[in-house]
Design a protein around this ligand. Structure first.
Ligand SMILES: C[S@@+](CC[C@H](N)C(=O)[O-])C[C@H]1O[C@@H](n2cnc3c(N)ncnc32)[C@H](O)[C@@H]1O
Length: 253
């Protein structure tokens, strides 16, 4: 598998229904070879902890089925599998999936699936947990995606969203965004396989809703018992919710 050469147009950083999914896919194909390394450098190694927190929040029992949407190189999927779940690790970037498949130590209970997270190739009420790590920000229509996740979740299934967020303190928030604009491009130039893609990262984080607004949107999509755990002074958040037994969620038209 070879990645596309560097460059190419970047997608709209906002989660917006007009966002061009083909540009998102091409961008992740370009960053795939060094994606894991850049994450480790940018987060000073904290990303592994955040993914473990997210996998624990999914609380999926051994032998049950978890779907990790926008799995990328499958780091969240790997944590779920280590807890005993059978995992469908789904992504539409074949280069990201291929990079994950080559990594040592991925349990055999991870099944790699090429597919679109907004039109899941799964039956209604077929999985016991849905997770998405740093992926929701990249989908065009996040509200429709949350409804689609509820469609495939069994009653009682957990939804876990691990995503960048906005630190609640204004001073911290300003400092954080200044740091993102200054440091991310520098680090990306030194380490990434497509440094320009990391401009998109900084802009998409700035355009992303805060944790309270995202919680409201999760609830509006038909999920119950929505909770939030803030990490890294609020720069990262884990949203957790449960698919209710009754009152099925709205379906996509
Ligand atoms: C920032 S990466 C996150 C990867 C991984 N979950 C992690 O924790 O590092 C975002 C991933 O979302 C995927 N993605 C974006 N839109 C998608 C869609 N509509 N369907 C499937 N995957 C999508 C990209 O290909 C990319 O691998």
């Amino acid at each position: 598998m070879t990645a596309a050469p560097c460059g190419g147009p970047l997608p709209d950083p906002r989660a917006h229904p007009d966002k061009d999914a083909a540009l998102v896919q091409a961008m992740f194909d370009r960053v795939a070879p060094r994606y894991d390394l850049v994450n480790t450098v940018l987060s000073a190694g904290r990303d592994a902890h955040w993914r473990r927190v997210a996998a624990r929040a999914a609380a999926v029992a051994p032998g049950r089925v978890a779907l990790d949407v926008a799995t990328g190189t499958g780091k969240v999927a790997q944590e779920l599998a280590r807890a005993g779940a059978h995992v469908c690790a789904l992504d539409f970037s074949v280069a990201m999936l291929a990079t994950g498949q080559r990594r040592d130590g991925v349990p055999a209970s991870v099944r790699w699936c090429a597919g679109d997270g907004t039109r899941l190739p799964l039956e209604d009420a077929s999985v016991d947990a849905v997770t998405i790590g740093f992926g929701l920000r990249n989908l065009a229509d996040l509200d429709a995606a949350l409804v689609e996740f509820a469609r495939v979740a069994r009653p009682g299934a957990r939804l876990v969203i691990l995503e960048f967020s906005q630190p609640p303190r204004a001073a911290l928030r300003r400092g954080y965004h200044a740091l993102l604009r200054a440091a991310v491009p520098r680090v990306a130039r030194a380490v990434a396989s497509d440094p320009r893609a990391y401009t998109y990262l900084a802009e998409s984080i700035a355009a992303w809703p805060d944790a309270t607004e995202l919680a409201d949107r999760v609830a509006a999509a038909g999920w119950a018992r929505v909770g939030v755990k803030r990490l890294a002074a609020g720069a990262v958040a884990v949203h957790r919710a449960v698919r209710p037994a009754k009152s099925p969620p709205r379906m996509q038209s």
